[in-house]
Design a protein around this ligand. Structure first.
Ligand SMILES: [Zn+2]
Length: 264
């Protein structure tokens, strides 16, 4: 990674201040979030399980998007469920870069177009998912790839101007990456630890030893966005009986909740 990341531009990006005030709690939060992402320490489920063992079920919890890989920092950007949006983000990023740079180097229009087109950073020929040594994977993790800064060095000779356009570009593209990948995942992931189903057992009437009539009242809290109870599948955690109440964790997939029932 050492030789493909431009650390001086990465530092510039981390330290940039998008706010009007020189220092504030909000600014340290913005910078702290970027640092977590580039250090692969963003609170994905594996980290949350380690930090809050009482809030999360044990065992491997899969990614909330593809439901097949382990949910960790490394997986962000490689998820098959994100391939379409990542392809779109890459192609938007190349258009944005071209527009911003043409404002400075209009006379090099043809060469610049060609450089951007040929850059590995904007290569969208991958099929199933982005691969780990793709420069855009680094960018998703707030690490600035040399493939990007090479373009700036080649076309914008003045240092101050170079950083200025670079920051403009990063502000736009990273806001898109954060919104479509990081924030969306975070919202969905939040359901895993915090959403519980409370089942109130109102009446259990046993007719024979194998024939039970069970009436349940199910409260699901909180529900955002509106979720549909759809499938009953295998068990994640053993339901905990607390008098008349049963509480257990659920898994949220797209607009479905997988409800885990044990034998009652
Ligand atoms: Zn995934």
């Amino acid at each position: 990674m050492e030789d493909i990341v431009d650390w001086s531009f990465t530092r510039e990006w981390i330290n940039t201040n998008p706010l009007d005030t020189p220092c504030s709690a909000k600014l340290s939060k913005i910078q702290g979030n970027k640092i977590k992402k580039l250090n692969f320490a963003h609170p994905t489920i594996d980290i949350q399980q380690r930090n809050y063992p009482r809030l999360y079920p044990r065992g491997i919890i899969p990614c909330v998007e593809c439901n097949s890989a382990k949910d960790n920092n490394e997986h962000i950007g490689l998820c098959t469920a994100h391939t379409t949006i990542i392809t779109q983000l890459i192609s938007d990023a190349s258009d944005i870069l071209l527009t911003l740079m043409l404002e400075e180097t209009a006379e090099q229009n043809y060469a610049l177009r060609n450089t951007i087109k040929e850059s590995k950073l904007f290569d969208i020929s991958f099929e199933l998912f982005l691969f780990k040594d793709h420069p855009f994977y680094l960018l998703i993790h707030h690490l600035v790839p040399k493939d990007l800064t090479d373009i700036f060095y080649n076309y914008i000779p003045k240092k101050k101007k170079r950083f200025e356009i670079f920051i403009k570009f990063m502000n736009i593209i990273m806001a898109n990456i954060d919104a479509h990948i990081w924030t969306l995942l975070k919202i969905k992931r939040n359901f895993i630890g915090k959403t519980t189903i409370q089942i109130m057992i109102v009446r259990i009437r046993t007719r024979t030893s194998i024939d039970k009539e069970i009436i349940l009242v199910i409260n699901i809290i909180p529900i955002f966005p509106p979720l549909i109870i759809a499938v009953v599948v295998s068990l994640i955690t053993t339901p905990i009986f607390d008098g008349r109440r049963v509480i257990f964790y659920i898994r949220v997939l797209e607009n479905h909740i997988e409800i885990e029932f044990g034998s009652i």
